[in-house]
Design a binder for this molecule. Structure first.
Ligand code: PZK
Length: 287
């Protein structure tokens, strides 16, 4: 009899289980977070959408970089993965100036030690994508670090490799997504090493939880952009005057349904696969 998987970790909205010494199971729940708080109301199918998107991108980028994907579960919300030695680095690529990159720029004209051109507007497209690594700070909030600090953490040669690989992955996905009406403003990768010391892309890839997705049609630099997936949730939360501390508010049915539709729309635009087809046969995104 196969043993029950051991729980080995939790993310805000995902769980990680060990299948054996070499394999992990990454399970995406339907939980949603906003303003860093997980809400009490689930978005049906959100975990399946994110799992399918991740699997799609892993399949499409395997020539650019090896990845940890071994298979997609029949439940359409779990990924079987190779167990790796994880690098202690959050590999962030920014193609547009938003979030902590914009905050850093306002204060210093730079982010992660990278000097940017003067006069950029909030959400503006950068002259070229930049690699802005961060570390998992003890507080839970990631801290942007410069290249020298990142190279101390993983070694200079490995740093050059994760930077070049991250930029290549971002350029590929951002171009694919833009052709389908979605701007990927920025994204975060995690890498690990296999037993032979080879660099392997891990975690999730180009999901709306690991990236900022913006609707290309509404793009207007000079202020914050609407989120492709979470804007209904944010607008509803703002309308309540909630103080953005735990616990978050329950979501009404129309906000849940509108948000579910946005996730499914992102899935279908990016993969070209009807979401119903993915649920019948999750491996369809790998082909
Ligand atoms: C690993 N996390 C973070 C993500 C969680 C926790 N392929 C791998 N090998 C070894 N370790 C990890 C991975 C991956 N991916 C990732 N922690 C360990 C994490 C999602 C849910 F609970």
């Amino acid at each position: 009899m196969p043993e029950a998987p051991t729980h080995v970790g939790s993310g805000k909205v995902r769980e990680l289980y060990a299948l054996d010494d070499e394999r992990l199971l990454l399970v995406a729940s339907d939980r949603i977070s906003t303003f860093d708080v997980v809400l009490p109301t689930d978005i049906p199918d959100k975990g399946r959408v994110l799992t399918g998107l991740s699997a799609f991108w892993f399949a499409r980028t395997r020539e650019l970089c090896a990845n940890h994907l071994l298979g997609v579960g029949d439940d359409a919300r779990s990924l079987e993965c190779r167990r790796l030695e994880m690098l202690p680095l959050e590999c962030v690529v920014r193609g547009y100036l938003a979030g902590s990159g914009w905050k850093d720029y306002l204060r210093s004209g730079s982010t992660s030690g990278r000097v940017l051109p003067a006069g950029l507007a909030e959400s503006e497209r950068l002259p070229e994508p930049i690699f802005t690594p961060s570390t998992k700070a003890v507080t839970g909030h990631d801290e942007n670090i410069d290249a020298a600090r990142a190279a101390e953490l993983v070694g200079a040669k490995r740093f050059r490799e994760v930077e070049a690989t991250s930029l290549a992955l971002y350029r590929f996905a951002a171009e694919h997504a833009a052709e389908r009406g979605i701007l990927i403003a920025d994204t975060k990768f995690e890498f690990g090493l296999d037993q032979d010391g080879r660099l392997v892309l891990a975690d999730e890839a180009f999901t709306p939880d690991s990236s900022r997705f913006w609707p290309a049609d509404d793009y207007a630099p000079g202020g914050p952009q609407p989120s492709f997936d979470k804007q209904f949730v944010r607008d509803y939360c703002e309308s309540l005057g909630w103080d953005k501390t735990y616990p978050g508010p329950e979501l009404p049915a129309d906000v849940v349904e509108g948000t579910r539709e946005r996730y499914v729309e992102a899935f279908e635009r990016l993969t070209g696969v009807p979401f119903a087809d993915y649920l019948v046969d999750p491996e369809v995104v790998l082909r």
